[in-house]
Ligand binder design. Structure first.
Ligand SMILES: O=C(CO)[C@H](O)[C@H](O)COP(=O)(O)O
Length: 271
């Protein structure tokens, strides 16, 4: 019985909770598809504007890159383009092969024309946090070999300052035996909290494609100089790479829920 005094039968209760569940699910669906619309719009625009025939292209990792590879495969087929794709992860490697694209390596193609990749957050200077999918090291290596890094994301990732929307911290790939001292040193030097990333469907920590662990540094306030901070962290023995991508992205495409795309260019004068 409700406090109003009305009697509610088990049948009515079942019906009400089914309606409630359905409403919640459909609301969630709308939100999800809006985000996917943004990701797809950004990825398609980036591939349309940045890919030309005979290029060597770095393929990033994550859910937004899936759309970029779809569009790339369409264009290769329709325009008969000759493109070699260099992956940044096991996932990217699989995507390239699923779409039957030409797979290259940094051994055969050490200089790339362009790399297209997602981001977890991007600030006003196009400094990015990457590594939400634990692929930061190969992503940074591939990006460093490309003449330009193109970032694709939905507009939740477009911030003025790092840490505004992305609260999971800065990913740092570490050699497994060093994770504890590295964790303590970063906390001592910069404060905040450094967490060993745990796997979701496996007992124990996330293991990267390189056999390493990932720490997530939840900083309490943004650094005055991400560049200095990045260099300090990289100097700690056991650190393989950080998810801070500084002065690397040349352009970012942010897709909105209604399929529009905002493009932001790297402006060195701002720095
Ligand atoms: O850095 C990455 C993986 O290490 C991804 O690019 C980043 O996490 C964004 O992923 P998504 O496109 O799924 O939002």
């Amino acid at each position: 019985m409700f406090s109003s005094g009305r009697v509610i039968t088990p049948r009515k209760l079942f019906h009400r909770s089914a309606v409630f569940r359905a409403t919640c699910q459909s609301r969630q669906c709308v939100t999800m598809s809006n985000i996917e619309t943004g990701k797809k719009a950004a990825a398609f625009a980036a591939v349309n504007e940045n890919i030309k025939n005979n290029q060597k292209v770095g393929i990033g990792s994550g859910s937004t890159v899936v759309y970029a590879v779809q569009r790339l495969a369409q264009r290769i087929k329709e325009e008969n383009l000759n493109i070699i794709c260099i992956p940044t992860s096991f996932q990217a490697n699989q995507l390239i092969q699923e779409h039957r694209l030409n797979l290259g390596t940094l051994e055969t193609c050490p200089i790339l024309d362009v790399a297209i990749d997602g981001a977890d957050e991007t600030d006003k200077d196009l400094t990015c946090i990457k590594g939400g999918g634990a692929c930061l090291t190969q992503e940074k290596i591939v990006a460093s070999c490309a003449k330009q890094l193109v970032i694709i994301a939905d507009d939740r990732k477009d911030s003025q300052e790092l840490g505004t929307n992305y609260k999971k911290g800065i990913p740092i790939e570490v050699i497994p035996m060093a994770y504890k001292p590295v964790q303590m040193k970063i906390q001592d030097m910069f404060g905040g909290e450094v967490i060993l990333r745990m796997a979701q469907q496996k007992a124990g920590p996330v293991v990267t494609d390189n056999g390493n662990f990932v720490l997530d540094w939840k900083f309490t306030k943004p650094c005055d100089s991400w560049d200095k901070c990045n260099t300090c962290i990289k100097m700690i023995p056991g650190v393989v790479e950080t998810g801070l991508f500084i002065n690397m992205a040349k352009v970012a495409y942010f897709g909105t829920a209604d399929g529009k795309v905002n493009k932001r260019l790297f402006n060195k004068l701002q720095l």
